[in-house]
Write a protein that binds this ligand. Structure first.
Ligand code: ASP
Length: 283
């Protein structure tokens, strides 16, 4: 899309839609279960050129929550719509709707059963377990996000998630909150986060990265490292972020053991990684 001259907002929406439609990820199809065995999805998108943003929280029948977030940005005077109002808005806007069973996957069901068993045995941590990854190991995150810079040097960021396994119905995480899970401002950074959302909200994670760059004059890697590796672990939250600056510098620091991410190099190669020390065959 970017090679064809498309803009960064369209690119991040398109990238996130692909991931939402893939049941491997905790977003759209494949979203995790709430404590009452339902699905409530959160998503947001932000345009760096004018800091316009749109988000939906707790939607239950939108196939692609990121597109609903985009429409909130483009067609309403609001930033965030939640619950039934957000579902109704998406349906009225012509987006494909689904019933809750669309999101169902065996893997996520097993994770809910495991979380229930942990709770019964008193092994559960605060606020449930994070959304994805190898069974029993919180080594990868399933929330999806995308960041992009287009030919006109406009940045954009998007994030979409099912939230955390076994979350209390009605709980909203960082992903639909601008400045927590998603942020984009031209000349500074586009960032999208995954991890313990409640902590990312308290730490204003992605906005802090942007402010460290804008006011603290840190580079993107330093700023992201400061927030992800230094600050959020002090609040007992782990996770990761994908961050891209206006000069095409990309970084993806994470305090979780692993994080799946990929990026397109200037010469058109696609690099994918899970663990920082890894040197994949495609690099
Ligand atoms: N940040 C997401 C949330 O708290 C979960 C995740 O990224 O794994 O809703």
């Amino acid at each position: 899309m970017l090679r064809r001259g498309g803009d960064s907002v369209a690119a991040v929406e398109a990238a996130v839609r692909v991931l939402e439609d893939n049941e491997l990820f905790n977003a759209g199809k494949g979203a995790v279960f709430t404590a009452d065995a339902g699905h409530e999805l959160d998503a947001s998108i932000m345009r760096g050129s004018d800091q316009a943003a749109g988000a939906v929280a707790g939607v239950r029948s939108v196939r692609n929550p990121i597109s609903a977030a985009r429409l909130v940005m483009d067609r309403t005077r609001h930033v965030l719509l939640a619950g039934d109002g957000a579902d109704d808005f998406a349906a009225r806007s012509g987006l494909p709707t689904v019933t809750q069973d669309y999101y169902w996957t065996q893997r996520r069901w097993d994770q809910l059963m495991e979380a229930n068993a942990e709770e019964r045995d008193g092994r559960a941590g605060r606020g449930g377990t994070t959304g994805a990854g190898a069974k029993g190991a919180d080594s990868t995150k399933g929330t999806v996000g995308a960041v992009a810079l287009d030919d006109r040097r406009h940045l954009a960021a998007a994030t979409s998630t099912g939230g955390m396994t076994n979350k209390t119905p009605g709980r909203v995480g960082d992903s639909p909150l601008i400045g927590a899970g998603t942020y984009a401002k031209d000349g500074t950074v586009a960032a999208s986060a995954t991890g313990h959302g409640d902590v990312f909200i308290r730490g204003a994670a992605t906005a802090t990265i942007a402010h460290l760059m804008e006011y603290g004059r840190l580079g993107v890697a330093q700023a992201a490292h400061q927030v992800l590796i230094k600050q959020l672990p002090q609040l007992r939250g782990d996770g990761g972020v994908i961050a891209l600056d206006a000069k095409r510098t990309f970084d993806a620091p994470h305090s979780s053991p692993g994080m799946l991410y990929g990026y397109l190099t200037r010469d058109g190669r696609i690099i994918t990684k899970i663990f920082p020390s890894e040197s994949p065959a495609n690099e």
